[in-house]
Design a protein around this ligand. Structure first.
Ligand code: TYD
Length: 144
């Protein structure tokens, strides 16, 4: 069975990132395969998110992501078709590793928040499940 079918929300971890701080502010550095548990191929960020908007209603077949609330706060809902949990991100030194094959939604963005995403693959629309119904059909096929 392919890995992404086996992944559950319990494979998604919160990572406490190193913080260098002094009176003039803080620095957090991210490194491939050290602080970020994969090789980063793409970085993007969500910003100017209107109040009340939801994002990220999809799953990736192979892509892994590492998400940080570099400013502000939001909720990440993780769902593997059986289990569901909400992770609240509100610190620039906390990362959430989302493994492949997990349905996610990003909700309740605070005003002015910025969501930084490190991704393990280049953008590829074919890697997405955008239909929850099709995702569940694929994901739950492991039980058939
Ligand atoms: P999507 O991944 O659905 O964003 P979110 O989960 O935050 O709602 O992408 C939204 C749109 O942006 C979609 O049309 C694809 C495009 N896009 C790119 O062109 N390149 C990228 O790297 C990403 C992440 C999205």
């Amino acid at each position: 069975m392919v890995e992404e079918l086996k992944h559950t929300i319990y494979n998604c971890n919160i990572v406490h990132l190193p913080k260098v701080h002094n009176r003039a502010g803080n620095i957090t550095a991210l490194e491939n395969n050290i602080t970020v548990p994969f090789e980063v191929k793409r970085v993007y960020y969500l910003y100017d998110i209107p109040g009340g908007e939801d994002r990220g209603g999809h799953s990736h077949k192979e892509l892994q992501q590492f998400i940080i609330a570099v400013s502000g706060a939001f909720d990440v809902v993780l769902d593997d078709g059986i289990n569901k949990k909400v992770v609240y991100l509100d610190r620039p030194y906390i990362g959430l590793h989302i493994v492949s094959g997990i349905w996610r939604e990003l909700l309740n963005f605070s005003s002015g928040s910025v969501c930084l995403v490190l991704a393990s693959q280049k953008y590829d629309e074919k890697d997405y499940f955008r239909s929850k119904k099709l995702y569940l059909k694929w994901k739950l096929s492991r039980y058939l």
